[in-house]
Design a protein around this ligand. Structure first.
Ligand code: NAD
Ligand code: ZN
Length: 359
């Protein structure tokens, strides 16, 4: 009847806040052990990495984000780290990147203090032992992964994409420096930023509601409208900061998705379309379910001069189309949230296949 909710206890926000990293690490270092940084591979050789306050024994591990993190990746990262530390724990883990890298550091942390394999912890409240202290540094805003209690991992063997949902998965401190997002390509910036818009509008359009989540969702949507519709360019200084805040607030509200995320999951699992872009494809054919948000999204694309190429599911074999259908309709909880328990009467197989064909 009563739900206890955890939020990330500390954040440091502002342009240039990245320079605070050394200060944030100092108290951790007193406890002994190195600091291990998981950094998006985009930053390899870049100035930001040279600015990391490295000390003897620290490690910087670049995360290849060309594909979304899989359970095997986490097992490999955790095994390599354990071997290099001879059974000792790091003083702190830092995740620095977009949703994928933020999730990698969260998941590796859990695997340092819990036995078995990453897939054993895909689900709700399965993590038992507290991981090392973690600092999250987003360099791409929108997924809300910096503030959420999950880390999404693909599991090809079980054909699912699921996180380690646990209070222990969460970061202990966030370093939110909008300057870090300036180098994101424009289309990627919009697609990932839209993840916040989707989480929040799907929540507000659904039936699973509460006042706190509604309030956070409305605030994050207002920020998205400011960034992508009302002000000048989505990547001007003020908007970089607003997007970082929208992502953080939206992340606190995320959880009750609707039709966009199930359709997006089908595209992700079957065609490996990245999460943010797949959401955009989904909303681009869901105008009859989300008329206002569909119009807003089209206006945002036009205003920011970003295009979503047509023909994504053109000429796909029948078998692949069936997999797309199955990979979407399996998400009963969000579809029930959006359409009620009889959602399959509305989203018939024919209807779902038609949506994919329109992309
Ligand atoms: P991402 O982390 O996959 O990164 C996308 C691309 O942007 C990569 O090529 C990366 O190299 C690049 N990039 C990142 N920062 C950059 C920068 N500052 N400059 C230039 N390039 C940069 O993308 P994402 O959309 O942030 O995250 C998607 C992932 O997040 C998926 O794996 C998804 O499952 C996960 N996710 C997690 C949660 C959660 O609550 N944990 C929620 C939603 C999505
Ligand atoms: Zn999402």
């Amino acid at each position: 009847m009563f739900k206890t909710t955890k939020n990330v206890p500390f954040y440091t926000l502002g342009r240039g806040a990245f320079a605070q990293m050394g200060d944030l690490l100092a108290p951790r270092r007193k406890e002994g052990g190195p600091v291990v940084f998981y950094v998006d591979h985009y930053f390899e050789g870049k100035a930001e990495v040279r600015k990391l306050p490295l000390e003897k024994g620290d490690q910087v591990i670049f995360v290849d984000t060309r594909h979304e993190p899989a359970v095997e990746d986490i097992d490999a990262y955790a095994a390599a780290l354990k071997a290099s530390l001879n059974g000792k724990l790091p003083a702190c883990l830092v995740g620095m990147g977009g949703g994928a890298t933020l999730d990698v550091a969260k998941a590796v942390g859990n695997m340092l203090t819990n036995p078995g394999k990453a897939e054993d912890y895909q689900g709700w409240d399965l993590v038992k032992n507290a991981p090392p202290y973690k600092i999250g540094v987003p360099t791409l805003a929108g997924t809300g992964a910096e503030g959420s209690r999950t880390c999404v991992l693909t599991n090809a063997r079980k054909r699912l994409k699921m996180g380690m949902n646990s209070d222990l998965t969460m970061y202990d401190h966030l370093l939110l420096d909008p300057e870090l997002t300036r180098s994101v390509p424009r289309d990627q910036y919009l697609f990932t930023g839209m993840d916040t818009f989707m989480h929040c509008m799907e929540s507000l359009c659904g039936s699973y509601r509460n006042v706190i989540i509604d309030t956070l969702s409305k605030t994050a949507i207002t920020l998205c409208e400011d960034i992508f519709l009302r002000s000048g360019d989505m990547m001007e200084d003020e908007n970089l900061e607003k997007m970082m805040i929208a992502s953080y607030i939206g992340g606190m509200a995320a959880g009750n998705t609707g039709i966009v995320h199930p359709i997006s999951a089908g595209l992700g699992v079957v065609l490996h379309v990245p999460h943010g872009k797949a959401n955009c494809y989904a909303l681009s054919v869901l105008g009859e379910f989300y008329p206002k948000e569909y119009d807003q999204f089209q206006a945002m694309l036009a205003k920011q001069n970003v295009t979503l190429p047509k023909g994504l599911c053109r000429d796909l074999p029948e078998e692949t189309m069936q997999m797309l259908y199955e990979g979407s309709i399996v998400h009963e909880k969000p579809l029930t949230n959006a359409l009620g328990p009889d959602f399959k009467k509305i989203l018939t197989r024919e209807k779902v296949l038609d949506l994919f064909k329109q992309m």
